[in-house]
Design a protein around this ligand. Structure first.
Ligand SMILES: C[S@@+](CC[C@H](N)C(=O)[O-])C[C@H]1O[C@@H](n2cnc3c(N)ncnc32)[C@H](O)[C@@H]1O
Length: 248
């Protein structure tokens, strides 16, 4: 039997921030999370915090009291070294959070919901937020994978990611089931322009975790084709969703 392939976030931790720098799309997502999630000044747990960028921005830009957890030891080690003083970082899984019931006002999850057991993770989020708590989730809209800039070079990305990422309606329903009955959603389409050199650097660095799930031959062929065919500038369209569930 073929073992299930899973993305290796330990391996991509060191270069994560340079291969995926915060751009206009990142900040548009951040603003929507803060606004819909009413995150300003709150006690927030950022689940799947990665290198801690969202946790850090919530602390500095939204004046929140923030903790971050991530399952990857390497991500946690980078987050600990980079977040501002006062932001707490722990290694923990989304479905087993090492915090007391109702300890937070808000839970955030940015580009994580496709990697977790959604029922278990959202139930844990509900457990750790207070009575009037919210879960604020950033992910991609299901149409994102129809136009994603890498798909012409790595065609399996479309089906792999359509299977991994929940649709808007599935995620809204999951939030209701988990105990967040009032759901609000915002779709954010943002464009960023990459130079050819930057685009090739991202491919070489396997900057998205889907690379770990592609056949090796497809990666080799796609990388060679991108090297030949990518234009001088590439407009990248990110079709993002921010979905916030309120417990009351
Ligand atoms: C695509 S990265 C997103 C990181 C960060 N939230 C961001 O927006 O840049 C996904 C992160 O989720 C973490 N992760 C995946 N599954 C997890 C789980 N079950 N529990 C906790 N963290 C998890 C990975 O280690 C990785 O750091």
């Amino acid at each position: 039997m073929t073992p299930e392939r899973r993305p290796d976030f330990d391996a991509r931790a060191r270069d994560y921030d340079t291969l995926r720098p915060p751009d206009d799309a990142w900040w548009a997502r951040f603003e929507a999370l803060v606004e819909l999630g009413a995150l300003r000044g709150q006690r927030i747990l950022d689940v799947g915090c990665g290198t801690g960028r969202l946790a850090a921005a919530l602390a500095t830009e939204a004046r929140a009291k923030v903790w971050g957890v991530d399952g990857s030891e390497e991500m946690v080690s980078i987050a600990r070294a980079t977040v501002p003083a006062g932001v707490g970082i722990r290694q923990a899984m989304a479905d087993s959070l090492p915090f007391r019931d109702s300890w937070f006002d808000r839970v955030t999850m940015s580009l994580v919901i496709h990697l977790v057991d959604r029922g278990a993770a959202l139930a844990e989020a509900r457990r750790v937020v207070a009575a009037a708590g919210r879960a604020a989730i950033a992910t991609f809209h299901e149409d994102h994978f129809e136009t994603y800039w890498l798909c012409p070079y790595f065609p399996s990305i479309r089906d792999i990611d359509r299977a991994r990422f929940p649709t808007q309606s599935a995620l809204e329903a999951d939030l209701v089931t988990a105990g967040f009955p009032r759901v609000e959603t915002r779709r954010i389409v943002a464009e960023t322009t990459l130079t050819r050199a930057e685009a090739l650097r991202r491919i070489a660095g396997r900057h998205i975790s889907t690379f770990d799930l592609l056949p090796v031959e497809e990666i080799e062929e796609g990388e060679a084709r991108a090297g030949r065919d990518l234009p001088a500038e590439i407009v990248i369209r990110l079709d993002q969703l921010v979905i916030v569930g309120r417990s009351a």
